[in-house]
Design a protein around this ligand. Structure first.
Ligand SMILES: Nc1ncnc2c1ncn2[C@@H]1O[C@H](COP(=O)(O)OP(=O)(O)OP(=O)(O)O)[C@@H](O)[C@H]1O
Length: 244
């Protein structure tokens, strides 16, 4: 019997004294210094701060795409620094969804929205038909049914980004990482992308970490962590969550 791999509950993320240094022309650039944070399972958090403050570096470390120079990172029960590249790849496939700034980097242009989700689920044990059914279910859960049969190439930029968020959720990750997901969108499409993230939080309880420069996006999350020059300088409830 095959079962739908529905989204897992949101997983906890912890960083302890994390540092990351890049070497540029023989000089050390300290992108992150002594970052310690705990994000509870199901929390939605924005990483906020000026350009160069370390937001993307922190996101890449949480995804296991880069390794910290010092400190430790846990995604759920897994501590990343002791893991091989293969183990990190498996962890990403199982637990982590990633949304990038530019959806065209993650979508298949000639496939439909449903095909894209079914393709992302290709390594599951579902039949082709089952995977298409799963695609339909996920699009419905995210209120994106109108995209289902449309080819990616015919979708607007805003629609493509909403679809890429759905594709990132296609394997039911416990952690969704988004790096500037709305920076290429106008305000109407930004608001619709924010709604999709909101739906993911309420429908699935996924832990969400979003890098953003946009106060509207940050305010839509439960908590805003502000970085400056690689350090956490502020960490608190967003006004929106605080007023609830
Ligand atoms: N691959 C790299 N090689 C060298 N230095 C890097 C690299 N990636 C980032 N940096 C440096 O690390 C620091 C933090 O960069 P990072 O991209 O993490 O910040 P950010 O807050 O995400 O910035 P932005 O908002 O502009 O994307 C910057 O000084 C940047 O120049």
């Amino acid at each position: 019997m095959t079962t739908v791999a529905g989204p897992r509950a949101g997983i906890e993320v912890r960083c302890l004294n994390v540092g990351r240094t890049y070497s540029v022309d023989g000089e050390d650039v300290h992108a992150l210094t002594d970052v310690s944070i705990r994000i509870a399972g199901g929390e939605s958090v924005s990483l906020f701060g000026p350009s160069g403050s370390g937001k993307s570096t922190l996101t890449a470390l949480l995804a296991g795409l880069r390794r910290p120079s010092s400190g430790q990172i846990w995604v759920g029960e897994e501590e990343l620094s002791g893991m091989s590249e293969r183990e990190l790849l498996r962890l990403r496939g199982r637990e982590i969804g990633i949304v990038l700034q530019n959806p065209s980097r993650t979508l298949l242009p000639y496939g439909t929205a449903e095909d894209n989700i079914a393709f992302a689920r290709r390594s599951t044990r579902r039949s082709e038909r089952g995977r298409l059914e799963d695609s339909h279910t996920l699009l419905r859960q995210l209120d994106l049914t109108e995209l289902a049969g449309q080819r990616v190439a015919s979708l607007s930029g805003g629609e493509q980004q909403r679809l890429s968020i759905a594709v990132a959720m296609s394997r039911g990750p416990g952690l969704l990482l988004a790096d500037e997901p709305t920076s290429q969108l106008d305000s109407a499409n930004r608001d619709r992308a924010v709604q999709v993230f909101g739906r993911i939080a309420t429908e699935f309880g996924t832990t969400i970490v979003t890098v953003t420069h946009d106060p509207v996006v940050a305010d839509a999350t439960h908590r805003r962590i502000t970085l400056s020059e690689g350090r956490v300088v502020d960490d608190g409830l967003s006004w929106h969550a605080g007023r609830r």
